[in-house]
Design a protein around this ligand. Structure first.
Ligand code: SAH
Length: 219
């Protein structure tokens, strides 16, 4: 069996053993997770672990989230195909690709230039034309293209940045890990009549959101 075929099988198994039994039921999310080649977004020497049930290092002290967390956060965003979405913390670009499968336009901000360049290259190679990347501080959002139907923050924040809340459309969703430096709660907010209504989904562990409306610097 060739390598790509083997990875495809591992990906199907990932969906069946890690996602379905834990309550990922959104068909479009499951299809995207089955389709996007996660192994292309991890460092070459870690490719064989790409479909395991855990996060992996991607360099620069950052990580690609566990597949289940990617699927869960995406399901919580409830994206429709004609919607626009902003991601803060592009990292490897894997979550970006999942969003690009589901939404009309994806905007994504990454503070580390090297990671931005790497993810841009792989997303181009895979043919994602509906992705716009920027290097910079995403804790301020990306006001030029706001409002967004969904905003996903993939780094842990001490609180919910007001500027991000402002960039969510009426009826839109904001998914963000909020809490301490080392562990957080995954919060899902719905904007209803101009107010954000919050629901906590689960405990989680993310690298810190570093910036003006996040943490000051790496500890
Ligand atoms: N979604 C990513 C997860 C990457 S980890 C993936 O699928 O691989 C979180 C990322 O957030 C890191 O790459 C980190 O550099 C980035 N980050 C932290 N603070 C940020 C900020 N203020 N603006 C933009 N990106 C930030």
């Amino acid at each position: 069996m060739d390598r790509e075929h083997r990875f495809e099988e591992e990906r199907s198994r990932m969906v069946e053993t890690q996602l379905l039994p834990r309550g990922i039921t959104d068909e479009s999310v499951l299809l995207a997770m089955k389709k996007v080649p996660r192994h292309r977004f991890v460092p070459a020497d870690l490719m064989e672990f790409a479909y395991e049930d855990r996060p992996l290092p991607i360099g620069e002290g950052q990580t690609i989230s566990q597949p289940y967390i990617v699927a869960l956060m995406t399901q919580c965003l409830e994206l429709k195909e004609d919607e626009s979405v902003l991601e803060i913390g592009s990292g490897s670009g894997y979550q970006t690709a999942i969003l690009a499968e589901l939404a009309r336009q994806v905007y994504t901000v990454e503070r580390i230039e090297e990671l931005r360049n790497r993810s841009s290259e792989i997303l181009n190679t895979l043919g994602y034309v509906n992705v716009n990347l920027k290097a910079g501080d995403g804790s301020e959002g990306w006001p030029e293209f706001a409002p967004y139907d969904g905003i996903m923050v993939t780094a842990g924040s001490p609180e919910i940045p007001e500027v991000l809340a402002e960039q969510v459309n009426e009826g839109g969703r904001l998914v963000i890990p909020v809490g301490g430096y080392y562990s957080q709660e995954l919060a899902v907010m719905h904007k209803i009549h101009g107010n954000l209504e919050r629901k906590n989904v689960c405990g989680c562990v993310f690298v810190p959101l570093i910036g003006k409306y996040g943490w000051e610097r790496g500890k």
